[in-house]
Design a protein around this ligand. Structure first.
Ligand code: TXA
Ligand code: MG
Length: 322
């Protein structure tokens, strides 16, 4: 593994079929030439990601979009004009240029244009679209710094340094339907915001396989993690690390990370994965707690991630409390 600042070296590596972890505005991605199936296969291997879970393809301009997608309707351009570059992924019908390994055999491909100088320059200099999942081991906490990538993927060829990411949670993923759009993954671009451009389609039923990567467990820390509500509020907290938002739950906790000084949900998104990593690495902490927030707007994306992070640990609820 080499940590580098030089985008030319990173672009050459992509061209040579190697893997480069790089910053985006959301989280760090683990990138490879999206049109090179052997390079893409290395992503699945290094991440230990199941082959049924497709990858997002990152582009730097709309010409690339046109080559990757078989039919583009005017709604795509409207959304792109408003949100690209930015944290919005659109699932669109794929062209036959996109290798099946990228889309896990699906007829659709997820595409986004990241709003990050280094990422865009890397794509431009590589001269190809870049397939990239988040640069973490499958099912584990997403990376918002190069150190988080190094911790989980020490065998990656290169990591491009880009500091801490500014959005902190992954892109909103939408699928266009006959009458509007559906949300496959919540992010900081909310359904309400998208509805200003396109109607939300609450009626069409998504086939199970149209969102193969939406597992119940994800973002899972390597030590016990619970959302601080209900019975969890009564547990012994002397070895707890609390991810705190309002400040109201901090009493009795061994350590606290306050994710926002001004109680802004955007700050929760920016800092939540970093806080999870910090407590995961902290030998003083045996259990990680996170304060829940109301499920509206960005709160939906935050609660979605907290629930998935908690999923594998929830069984331990039976053993806590008085
Ligand atoms: O912000 C992000 O989206 C980050 C940065 C690196 O761009 N990437 C990211 O990738 O979060 P990943 O692989 O961790 O999550 C992508 C999700 C997966 O759950 C996958 O199943 C879904 O997108 N996905 C990708 N292509 C899809 C498709 N054609 N249809 C449905 N879901 C798709
Ligand atoms: Mg991921």
């Amino acid at each position: 593994m080499e940590l580098i600042n030089n985008i030319d070296i990173a672009a050459q590596a992509i061209g040579a079929g190697k893997l480069v972890a790089f910053p985006t505005e959301t989280v760090y991605g683990l990138g490879a030439d999206a049109l090179n199936p052997l390079a893409v296969a290395k992503i699945f291997e290094l991440k230990e990601r199941p082959s049924f879970d497709p990858l997002i393809v990152h582009i730097a301009d709309l010409q690339q979009l046109e080559k990757l997608v078989s039919v583009i309707d005017e709604r795509v351009y409207r959304l792109a004009a408003q949100y690209w570059p930015g944290p919005l992924t659109m699932v669109l019908p794929k062209s036959n240029r996109v290798p099946d390994i990228v889309t896990s055999g699906l007829p659709t491909v997820g595409i986004r244009m990241p709003n990050h100088k280094i990422a865009l320059e890397l794509i431009q200099k590589s001269g190809c679209p870049i397939a990239a999942p988040s640069a973490n081991k499958f099912g584990r906490i997403s990376p918002t710094t190069s150190a988080h990538v190094k911790k989980q993927l020490p065998r990656v060829d290169f990591i491009l340094e880009g500091g801490k990411t500014t959005v902190g949670i992954e892109s909103t993923i939408i699928k266009l339907t006959g009458t509007g759009f559906q949300v496959l993954r919540n992010g900081i671009i909310t359904q309400e915001e998208l509805e200003k451009i396109l109607p939300f389609d609450g009626n069409s039923i998504l086939e199970e396989q149209s969102a193969p990567g939406m597992m119940k467990s994800h973002y899972s820390p390597g030590k016990k993690f619970l959302i601080a509500q209900g019975a969890v509020l009564k547990i012994e907290k002397s070895k707890a690390g609390l991810i705190s938002f309002s400040g109201n739950l901090e009493k009795g906790c061994r350590k606290v990370i306050r994710v926002s000084e001004r109680e802004d949900l955007k700050d929760y998104a920016v800092n939540m994965f970093e806080a999870l990593h910090a407590f995961e690495d902290d030998p003083d902490i045996d259990i990680i707690l996170a304060e829940p927030v109301p499920e509206t707007g960005i709160g939906k994306a935050i609660m979605d991630r907290l629930r998935k992070a908690e999923f594998n640990w929830r069984h331990s609820l039976n053993h806590v409390g008085p």
